[in-house]
Write a protein that binds this ligand. Structure first.
Ligand code: FAD
Ligand code: ZN
Length: 492
């Protein structure tokens, strides 16, 4: 494997259209046994079929594998993993392959795709639960919940292609964490195939279950290094029937934070999203994504997208609450301007502006990314200090800061200076990350708020996990997967 000069450590060069690299060390006898276990529809070794399993969307890594296996049942997953365990061959679990840290790119062995394990096994509206297999697409689960007048609140940009197994394995966040928590908070029970092929059946649909260690949490956020999630019992919620959406313009992140506190106090549980965009984010989205426009006549320092969701006839409470939040904020000088969506189409337009930012970023050239969190109260301090650091370090660099202010989670991305060579800029990735992540650590934050560790952030894990935490993680890995076959080389 070749490292791409200048890219983050562990990054592998794209071969650039050459033939697919196969790991020939996987014994043919094992591949035959896998073929027998999953039947003709359950495997492929065809170069063009393997291709999408070997790369990821940013093109930062290219892996290799001997076979992509697509079991259709939990029993088949168990059989395949048991076979690999006996042979000591690596298993790379793969969901929708929308992860952003190289966690799903195989480095030899087989790819275990969960795509065919995609049945919604049960929807129990009265128990407010839905039991889904790992390969179900997130958007399909949301739709299935809506079908029985319930809400499954996990929501993120990749929801049309990411799978619930991947969401749980990465403990995905998204735009409703403020009200409903991360993926971890939305699980009652889990079915997992352990690294030796045994099935751990924990598909309990219980809100109370204090029977020893809560093992499901080991596998949530483990990025496929401790086992394969095959199904989950998910929590459903009453479906709000009324939403108010607004975009407010503030002079500074400090003012946006004050607005967040005001919104949280006045709306309490009805506050379902509070997203942040700096001026550069908005400009990028408006300049490069069709149909996106700036709703304000003047430029402002930053913006907050506020969403309230609730119940009832929709005419009273929520609308009034939103108006109260904004008018008071205006009087107190927290915000300079605001627009409230008058229709669902206008609300969608405001969300489009927010969602367009990461989409627009490539148009501004190469970018160095940070997915960090700090205590919500320290977001403004983080932004001021981080900007000062990178601008002093690299004149002309263009910080693009946006994300989930209500969760303390900012995507602090840096677009290259306009006159700089993209590769030369990317060569600074590690060094710039170090500077920003050191600051985050100083502020009591996390260097990976949403996207996990994968391949990209293993060095950071070693640096920032202090005390016995890292040792305990290694001990757990060794206890559950002594042969080290589950997604080797990732996380630890
Ligand atoms: P994959 O990418 O296939 O896999 C991710 C990791 O999980 C890998 O390590 C893989 O080995 C492991 N894995 C997958 N399935 C299983 C399984 N069944 N059992 C065990 N291990 C498994 N993430 C957020 O948190 N919040 C966001 O707002 C967000 N927005 C995004 C927007 C866009 C446009 C894109 C492209 C990505 C975004 N992401 C976001 C990142 C990504 O979508 C999430 O990490 C998602 O949860 C990954 O799901 P997946 O099915 O694609 O998993
Ligand atoms: Zn995010």
């Amino acid at each position: 494997m070749e490292r791409y000069p200048g890219r983050p450590e562990g990054t592998v060069a794209l071969a650039g259209g050459g033939s697919v690299s196969r790991n020939m060390t996987v014994p043919e006898k094992l591949l035959d046994s896998i073929r027998d276990a999953v039947g003709p529809k359950g495997w492929t070794t065809d170069d063009s079929d393997l291709e999408p399993h070997l790369t990821e969307r940013r093109g930062l890594w290219r892996g290799k594998c001997a076979m992509a296996v697509r079991p259709a049942t939990t029993a088949e997953v168990g059989e395949v993993v048991a076979l690999c365990h006996r042979a000591g061959v690596a298993v790379q679990p793969q969901g929708g392959n929308t992860g952003l840290v190289g966690g799903g790119v195989p480095d030899g062995g087989i790819v275990l795709s969960l795509a065919r394990l995609n049945t919604i096994r049960e929807v129990d509206a009265a128990n407010f639960t839905l039991t889904a297999e790992a390969g179900c697409i997130l958007a399909d689960i949301q739709a299935s919940a809506l079908g029985v007048d319930r809400l499954f609140p996990l929501s993120l940009g990749a929801e049309g292609s990411c799978q619930i197994g991947g969401n749980l394995s990465t403990n995905a966040g998204g735009v409703q964490v403020l009200r409903y928590g991360t993926a971890r908070d939305l699980v009652l029970g889990l079915e997992v195939v352990l690294p030796d092929g045994q099935v751990l059946d924990g598909l309990r649909a219980l809100r109370k279950d204090n029977t020893g260690y809560d093992l499901k949490h080991l596998f949530i956020g483990a990025e496929g290094t401790l086992g394969v999630i095959t199904a989950a019992v998910l929590k459903l919620f009453p479906r709000p029937n009324h939403t108010e959406t607004a975009l407010a313009a503030a002079a500074s992140a400090g003012a946006a934070l004050a607005l967040f506190q005001r919104a949280a106090e006045l709306a309490a549980d009805a506050l379902t999203a509070f997203e942040f965009l700096d001026r550069q984010s908005l400009e990028l989205a408006v300049a490069h994504v069709e149909g996106v426009r700036d709703p304000f006549a003047e430029a402002h320092g930053c913006y907050a997208l506020i969403e309230l969701s609730g119940f009832g006839d929709g005419n009273g409470g929520l609308k009034q609450t939103m108006e109260e939040i904004l008018s008071g904020a205006m009087e107190q000088g927290m915000i300079a301007d605001a627009v409230i969506a008058a229709s669902s189409a206008q609300a969608a337009e405001l969300w489009r502006l927010r969602d367009a930012v990461p989409e627009a970023q490539p148009a501004a050239g190469a970018s160095i990314k940070h997915d960090v969190s700090v205590p919500v109260s320290r977001v403004p301090e983080f932004l001021t200090k981080a900007r000062a650091l990178v601008e002093a370090d690299m004149p002309g660099v263009r910080p693009v800061a946006f994300g989930h202010l209500g969760d303390g989670n900012i995507h602090f991305n840096l677009s290259q200076p306009e006159d700089m060579d993209a590769e030369a800029f990317l060569a600074e990735w590690r060094r710039v990350n170090r500077m920003v992540h050191d600051l985050v650590a100083e502020l009591g934050g996390s260097f990976s708020a949403e996207h996990g560790i994968g391949t990209l952030k293993r060095e950071d894990l070693k640096r920032y996990k202090t005390g016995p935490e890292l040792e305990l993680m290694k001990a757990l890995k060794a206890a559950l997967d002594p042969k080290g076959i589950m997604n080797p080389g990732k996380v630890l």
